[in-house]
Design a protein around this ligand. Structure first.
Ligand code: PGA
Length: 237
């Protein structure tokens, strides 16, 4: 499995969140196209993470491994009610998923909204994921959700992705300065975190975000599906 740089490393994180996209052929094409720039990716000093739907998880992990690409694999959620030893037909256990994945996205605003997640649910997912050895990327829409995490979890140490809902999938990214101000406030609450920005990141606006003092990378939806757009983001960062 991919060798993870320590959280305190100066590397920036680039997370490709595929949501429900990523059929077999698309996944294979993406890995192939990323692999065409293997040396470039290796020289970039960035942590690159792809989070495909579960259906494509093993396939991508295997292909990335075969091609020895410097790309880690993550999942987009875990089931909240699954704990070790429990039987629950149809559920995806974090321990099993941790066989293939290294990272997990938790509490994305779409997941919070569609599954009516409470802050406590998010915390339970973080605990179950960390117990399974996954590195957590907790999404927050505002500083208040970071405060809730602190209140219910304690000193969370991991990755936070600040994603204002108005920017997700709309083409209207937040301003890098505003995102930086929020990232700063999140770090005041949770000092042991790396804060990413997410929401309509593309090859043109990426530089503005990663130049900010408090932003340690980005979480990318739409523009991560096509390897050429994602490589633009990586190159222009
Ligand atoms: P987007 O999605 O880049 O399409 O706005 C970001 C996300 O994954 O939430």
């Amino acid at each position: 499995m991919y060798n993870i740089p320590h959280m305190s490393s100066s590397k920036e994180f680039y997370v490709a969140n595929w949501k429900q996209s990523g059929k077999r052929g698309e996944a294979l094409k993406w890995v192939l196209e990323m692999g065409q720039e293997k040396n470039l990716l290796a020289d970039m000093n960035k942590v690159i993470i792809v989070c495909p739907p579960l259906k494509a998880l093993d396939l991508m992990e295997q292909e990335i491994l075969i091609k020895q690409l410097p790309i880690a694999v993550g999942i987009q959620d875990i089931d909240v009610k699954i704990f070790e030893g429990e039987k629950n037909t149809g559920a995806q256990s974090p321990a099993l998923l941790a066989n293939s994945a290294t990272y997990v996205i938790i509490g994305h605003s779409e997941t919070r909204r569609n599954n009516k997640l409470t802050d406590q649910d998010v915390v339970n997912k973080v605990k179950a994921s960390q117990d399974a050895g996954l590195i957590t990327i907790v999404c927050v829409e505002e500083v208040n959700q970071a405060k809730k995490l602190k209140e219910l979890f304690g000193n969370y140490s991991g990755i936070i992705a600040y994603e204002p809902p108005s920017a997700i999938g709309t083409g209207n990214a937040a301003s890098p300065q505003d995102a930086n101000r929020v990232a700063m406030k999140i770090k005041e609450v949770l000092p042991s975190t790396v804060v990413l920005y997410g929401g309509s990141v593309d090859g043109k606006n990426i530089k503005g975000f990663v130049q900010q003092s408090e932003i340690g990378g980005v979480l990318v939806g739409n523009k991560s599906l096509d390897a050429s757009f994602f490589k633009d983001i990586l190159r222009n960062a």
